[in-house]
Design a protein around this ligand. Structure first.
Ligand SMILES: Cc1cc2nc3c(=O)[nH]c(=O)nc-3n(C[C@H](O)[C@H](O)[C@H](O)COP(=O)(O)OP(=O)(O)OC[C@H]3O[C@@H](n4cnc5c(N)ncnc54)[C@H](O)[C@@H]3O)c2cc1C
Length: 471
């Protein structure tokens, strides 16, 4: 009789559920153990809710150019209605409904594919089976030929600024707010901090962004960060650079954030966005021989294998790149590898990602962040968007397209776009990177006139000309 591979997955986020779908379609018997809800933090509290909130914020931001475009807002009605602000309770109800609906959709797809969903908290046993504290208080043992750990991360907490869920908040708690925070302090200017700071400002909060670094978005393209910070400031955001928060305390309806240099910042609410920690405790990793990296994440190779035979890991818990798309890819790769399918090890040089601020910042492949500015191996060209005819028509002034090519072969190796909907515009550059297209090939592709994507081809033409001048 043919042996059916039994796979047990701990964690139902994109790392876990995508793997479950792939493995089940390939004929494996799959059990997915999830303690909170299928879809994981990605669907229920992180990625999906934040992008839904930002969808409302985006509409609000679009009014910035209303006056220039001849639209009357404020006292005079636009058509039959007039924008006066947001109903945050309604926005948050929409956010939560959309997230739970997506979780239900995913659970249905899993069930249809034959995946057994088990509600409970799972851990490895020393002989590499999975033990689960089930929702009904009993303990279940699930035998596995292959195990996938996809337990995700949680917000890092600072003991001197513990969230109370009311005024000192982490990013999972903001959706319980019934009213817009009048004065929001965001601590942390990484991707999460910047996205929430921009969104709440667009929704109408007075925002102070506390950044321990020289600029917002440390670790991202410096030109992109500069554009974003200047847009934030122009819209009235208070950005405190080189300011490390030491504590956050409540004083009645107020919160006081004390900085390490003794200064204080006061507001109505504070959002702590100071990174995350992997959910590795209680997973039985040490006893099962699963090694961790220095940062405490699960160590994996490029096909998602851990140091323990038959145990794979995917997603944020590996700390490889904290993106839903990467989690899903690692999970699929793990299953292809475990089930003896053809498999391509993960290639992080082709990953595209986006920061959902206004304007958005999209990045793909090798840029001067990961290849070092002025690297002798790369050419780069930055084209400001204010020369693009479509951008002029729409009233966009902030942003650019930047392309990177490898010297010698002239293949496109990366790009950065700062623009409205940069998340959509980056796709042609992602294809160019993935397919090793040359600068000339990208330059010679037709683009719609007038369009923002015209700037991608134009940047390639200028990169070509620049390189020729250098020769
Ligand atoms: C605010 C915010 C916005 C983001 N926006 C984006 C975005 O726009 N695009 C993007 O690509 N990425 C985004 N991310 C990152 C994205 O959410 C993560 O990369 C993604 O969730 C990782 O998926 P995962 O499967 O590894 O983990 P998760 O989605 O965190 O899922 C892990 C699951 O494991 C479960 N679990 C943990 N331990 C156990 C256990 N012992 N037993 C059973 N279940 C367990 C948890 O309950 C959880 O449901 C965002 C992150 C944050 C914080």
């Amino acid at each position: 009789m043919e042996h059916v591979t039994r796979i047990v997955i701990i964690g139902g986020g994109p790392g876990g559920y995508e793997a479950a779908l792939v493995a089940s379609r390939l004929g494996a018997e799959v059990v997915l153990v999830e303690r909170d809800g299928v879809g994981g933090a990605s669907v229920l509290t992180d990625c999906v809710p934040s992008k839904t909130l930002i969808a409302t914020a985006d509409v609000m931001s679009s009014f910035e150019s209303a006056e220039e475009l001849g639209i009357r807002i404020g006292g005079t009605s636009v058509g039959s209605s007039c924008v006066t602000g947001v109903n945050l309770d309604k926005v948050n109800r929409r956010v939560k409904n959309l997230a739970s609906a997506q979780s239900v959709d995913i659970a249905e797809s899993l069930s249809k594919a034959g995946v057994q969903i088990v509600k409970g908290r799972g851990r490895l046993t020393p002989d590499r089976q999975v033990e689960v504290d089930l929702a009904d208080g009993t303990v279940g043992i699930y035998h596995a030929d292959v195990i996938l750990l996809a337990a995700g991360v949680r917000p890092r907490e600072v003991p001197e600024a513990m969230p109370d869920g009311e005024r000192i908040l982490n990013w999972k708690q903001v959706y319980n707010l019934k009213e817009l925070p009048p004065e929001l302090i965001v601590v942390g200017s990484g991707v999460t901090g910047a996205e929430f700071a921009g969104a709440y400002q667009a929704l109408g909060s007075a925002v102070t962004l506390v950044s321990s670094r020289d600029r917002v978005l440390p670790g991202e393209d410096a030109d992109a960060a500069e554009v974003l910070e200047s847009v934030f400031r122009r819209r009235g955001m208070r950005v405190l650079s080189r300011s490390r928060a030491a504590s956050a305390v409540r004083d009645g309806d107020r919160v006081i954030v004390t900085l390490e240099d003794g200064r204080t910042v006061e507001g109505s609410h504070v959002l702590m966005a100071v990174g995350s920690l992997p959910n590795t405790e209680g997973l039985g990793l040490e006893e099962a021989g699963v090694e961790l990296t220095k940062s405490g994440h699960i160590e994996v190779d490029r096909v998602s294998r851990t140091s323990a035979p038959g145990v794979y890991a995917a997603g944020d818990v590996t700390g490889v790149l904290l993106l839903a798309s990467v989690a899903a890819m690692q999970g699929r790769i793990a299953m292809y590898h475990a089930l003896g399918e053809a498999v391509w090890p993960i290639n992080l040089k082709r990953v595209s990602s986006n920061i959902f601020t206004s304007p958005e910042v999209a990045t793909v492949g090798q840029t001067n962040v990961n290849a070092h500015h002025g690297s002798p191996g790369f050419n780069e060209y930055k084209l400001a968007l204010d020369s693009n005819p479509r951008a002029k028509m729409l009233g966009f002034k902030d942003g650019f397209v930047k392309l990177f090519s490898r010297k010698g072969s002239d293949t496109i190796v990366g790009g950065v776009i700062v623009a409205p909907r940069a998340s959509e515009l980056i796709h042609p550059i992602t294809m160019a990177v993935d397919l090793h297209l040359t600068v000339d090939q990208v330059a010679s592709v037709f683009t719609v006139y007038p369009s923002l994507s015209g700037s991608v081809a134009e940047a390639a033409r200028r990169l070509h000309a620049d390189v020729k001048d250098e020769d």
